[in-house]
Write a protein that binds this ligand. Structure first.
Ligand code: NAD
Length: 335
């Protein structure tokens, strides 16, 4: 029986990379019955809410979504649709595997990078609690709870145990934010004691950022509160080729949204040159979530082969091909 999955192509380059991803998934032979849901900046503006009900209802029904980027206005306009989805569906864990792609030229191409980043997804400075205290003085509240910190820490340790990961590094700034980050780190320590087989250490976020650039190969699993997780996961993406190649997943108790972490790239939208690797890689995470490990492995190998061959890469990767040629190559390389 076919899996019922919500497909949110998004806007900008979203529909282009979504079409490409649907094509490679079809080629794996895994039967998926897509429930396609339109979402774009203009639909959001018209509906007056950053998460129109038809989108939420679809994901609630299917439990799983594959999502392309959606344009968000900066400093004003509607609130981020991504933040709204995460909050509404309580997608508390943001998971980003970051690994070296064979043959891809990066500043770190000679280093084997293979890490998974777990970012708490619901609170911290992303609680959206901001107000103007008096004119020209704004307060933004950083919320850290024991509930959310324990939940993300347990998720990271459970994942590590199931996937043979050996070391978790919790990242914080508890030397300055002694109460809030202090609580986060105490929760991480508490959960770490339940998993003696997994090594556990802590790094202050500024030092962690430097170490990631100096010695990225020494990291295995990173565990971070929301804001540091957002920044550090993009930094880590930069080590392996940028946002165009890394996958992302937002996981909750009952729902999962797999998404490309790059934006809608309005500068190249509609030209057929977008790189679909990020959404394809996210769909590999989705296949694993569905229990389709063999198809996930096949697609991962095909993608890796296209990178190793290096003859069908998109422009952002130093190649000269368009989205379709890249996609054809991945399909051709499926064993
Ligand atoms: P962006 O990721 O869209 O683009 C940054 C640069 O990277 C651009 O030069 C773009 O051409 C390039 N790029 C990004 N993805 C690419 C791909 N797959 N292939 C080739 N090149 C790619 O970031 P931005 O310009 O800061 O944001 C544009 C819009 O996207 C904004 O409205 C922003 O709010 C939104 N956004 C959405 C999401 C999301 O929905 N998940 C995430 C980030 C940004």
């Amino acid at each position: 029986m076919a899996y019922k999955i919500t497909l949110i192509p998004g806007d900008g380059i979203g529909p282009e990379v979504a079409d490409a991803t649907v094509r490679v998934l079809e080629a794996t032979g895994v039967a998926i019955d897509w429930e396609k849901v339109e979402l774009s900046a203009s639909i959001i503006e018209k509906s007056g809410t950053s998460l129109p009900p038809h989108v939420l209802e679809s994901i609630e029904r299917t439990g799983i979504a594959l999502k392309g980027p959606v344009t968000t206005p900066i400093a004003g306009g509607f609130k981020s649709v991504n933040v709204a989805i995460r909050k509404q569906l309580d997608l508390f864990a943001n998971v980003r595997p970051v690994f070296t792609l064979p043959g891809l030229k990066t500043r770190f191409q000679d280093v084997n990078i293979d890490m998974v980043i777990f970012r708490e997804n619901t609170e911290d400075l992303y609680s959206g609690l901001e107000h103007e205290v008096v004119k020209d003085v704004v307060e933004s509240l950083k919320i850290i709870t024991r509930y959310a910190s324990i939940r993300i820490a347990r998720y990271a340790f459970e994942y590590s145990k199931k996937n043979g990961r050996r070391k978790i590094t919790a990242v914080h700034k508890a030397n300055i934010m002694k109460l809030s980050d202090g609580l986060f780190i105490r929760c991480c320590r508490e959960i770490a004691t339940e998993y003696p087989e997994i090594a556990y250490n802590e790094l202050i976020v500024d030092n962690a950022s430097m170490q990631l650039v100096m010695r990225p190969e020494t990291f295995d699993v990173l565990l971070l509160p929301n804001l540091y997780g957002d920044i550090v996961s993009d930094l880590a993406a930069g080590l392996v080729g940028g946002l165009g190649v890394v996958p992302g997943a937002n996981m909750g108790e009952n729902h999962a949204v797999f998404e490309a972490v790059h934006g809608s790239a309005p500068d190249i939208a509609g030209h057929g040159i977008a790189n679909p690797t990020a959404l394809m890689s996210s769909s590999i995470l989705m296949l694993r979530h569905l229990g389709e490990g063999a198809a996930a492995d096949r697609l991962q190998r095909a993608l890796a082969k296209t990178f190793r061959e290096g003859t069908h890469l998109t422009r952002d990767l130093g190649g000269s091909c368009g989205t379709n040629d890249f996609t054809d190559s991945v399909i051709h390389n499926l064993d």
